[in-house]
Design a protein around this ligand. Structure first.
Ligand code: CAA
Length: 381
């Protein structure tokens, strides 16, 4: 067991940190209020290789490992969790699946521009009646000549208005339940495909989330990912890696809360001394740092297993379950340490709490992570 990062991993971490501080931080507060999508930032991240980090250079990616991805995602999300989720969806939910399961046609046409950051992707599984119960797909695709006609509604789609390419999960054979679900790529602008208005969210406000409507939307048969009937397995396998991305996003928020608390505690005085000299504050800081390190260890372990090509289903669920809980707890403690100042917009910590909460909900709620972990434990897998 080796707890040291390689030189390359440390360099990527430093590069992401420098980029986040110089290019993302200056507009983060403003975008949280305006909900403006960080188009220019995402473009620059593409040029740095941050949008297709784990994709092979043969397909336009940076060819890095999952550990590097965790480190970069944490640094970006520490400064702005909105940018973090845009990066996570493109890397874990879109490019990974296309490289792993896509045909050569799909890789050349869609993966290469997505991995280079020239195009942006979205992953469309959730529906009004299919959130946690993801097999309950109502979106339906029927064969029509040389293609498929898709009808239905998708909900809560990250990058929903800004993406160029959408991975859409749809039922293609109701008789076969989850074995009759198929994954398609749909291009923005395809007739019959429309997005709704951006949701007005509590947190991660400069990422765009919306619903999508498909009305007799025709996609060619070669846009099927993997094969007909494999769409649910595709989505589940993809989400295992997605959960490492969201755990990393949560780590970023947890770390930001801790660092802001240390800084404030060393400046703020009460009872004639800096509040960092009070044991009540020291205990909070000790708990925050310990929980962060434990969450980081779980996340890096899941990433290491993924890099070693062994099962990481249970470990990625544990990482997301725990890191998201720590993100919320650390953000709450940061507000408590800041007192009244923590409750107002002038200080950053109230945003950390708003941003942290979603990590317990998307890419599988905490309750779903426990289902995944328990099933894995009980089946011995
Ligand atoms: N990894 C791999 N395969 C998995 C899996 C996992 N984590 N979980 C389930 N599967 C497979 C099973 O092995 C089974 O496959 P086979 O039939 O081939 O053996 C198949 O999926 C069906 O599994 P179950 O019978 O266990 O199905 P279920 O309906 O009882 O439960 C569930 C499945 C685990 C609850 C699943 O529905 C689930 O994970 N739900 C949460 C969905 C989710 O995470 N949504 C997030 C939306 S995406 C998002 O948020 C993106 C964004 O924009 C940020």
């Amino acid at each position: 067991m080796n707890f040291e990062f390689t030189e390359e991993q440390s360099m990527i971490q430093q590069m992401a940190k420098d980029f986040a501080e110089s290019e993302i931080a200056p507009t983060a507060v403003e975008r949280d209020q305006s909900c403006e999508f960080p188009t220019d930032i995402i473009k620059k991240m593409g040029e740095l290789g941050l949008m297709g980090m784990m994709v092979s250079p043969d397909y336009g990616g940076a060819g890095m490992d999952t550990i590097s991805y965790v480190l970069a995602m944490t640094e970006i999300s520490k400064v702005d969790a909105s940018v973090g989720v845009i990066m996570s969806v493109n890397n874990s939910l879109v490019t990974w699946g296309l490289e792993t399961y896509g045909s050569e046609f799909i890789k050349q046409k869609y993966l290469v521009p997505l991995a280079k950051g020239e195009k942006l992707g979205a992953f469309c599984l959730s529906e009004p009646e299919a959130g946690s119960d993801a097999t309950n797909q109502h979106t339906y695709a029927v064969k029509d000549g040389d293609g498929w006609l898709i009808n239905g509604i998708k909900n809560w789609i990250t990058n929903g208005t800004s993406a160029d390419y959408y991975i859409v999960i749809a039922q293609t054979d109701r008789e076969k339940a989850h074995k009759g679900i198929t994954a398609f790529i749909v291009e923005k602008g395809t007739p019959g495909f429309e997005h709704g208005k951006k949701e007005d969210k509590l947190g991660i406000r400069s990422s765009d989330t919306c619903s999508l409507t498909f009305t007799n939307c025709k996609v060619p048969s070669e846009n099927i990912i993997w094969e007909e009937g494999k769409g649910f397995n595709f989505a589940m396998n993809t989400l295992n890696g997605g959960r490492i991305g969201i755990a990393s996003q949560a780590l970023g928020v947890a770390l930001a809360s801790f660092e802001a608390s240390v800084k404030y505690a060393k400046q703020r005085k009460s009872f004639g001394t800096e509040i960092s000299n009070h044991q009540a504050i020291q205990f909070k800081l000790a708990d925050m740092a310990t929980k962060y390190e434990a969450a980081k260890a779980l996340t890096l372990r899941a990433a290491a297993l993924k890099d070693a090509h062994v099962s990481y289903v249970k470990e990625s669920a544990m990482a997301k379950l725990y890191a998201s809980k720590v993100a919320v707890e650390n953000a709450l403690e940061a507000i408590q340490i800041h007192g009244g100042y923590g409750y107002v917009r002038e200080y950053l910590v109230e945003r950390y709490l708003r941003d942290a909460k979603i990590t317990e909900i998307y890419e599988g709620t905490s309750e779903i992570q426990k289902v995944v972990i328990a099933r894995s434990l009980l089946s011995g897998k």
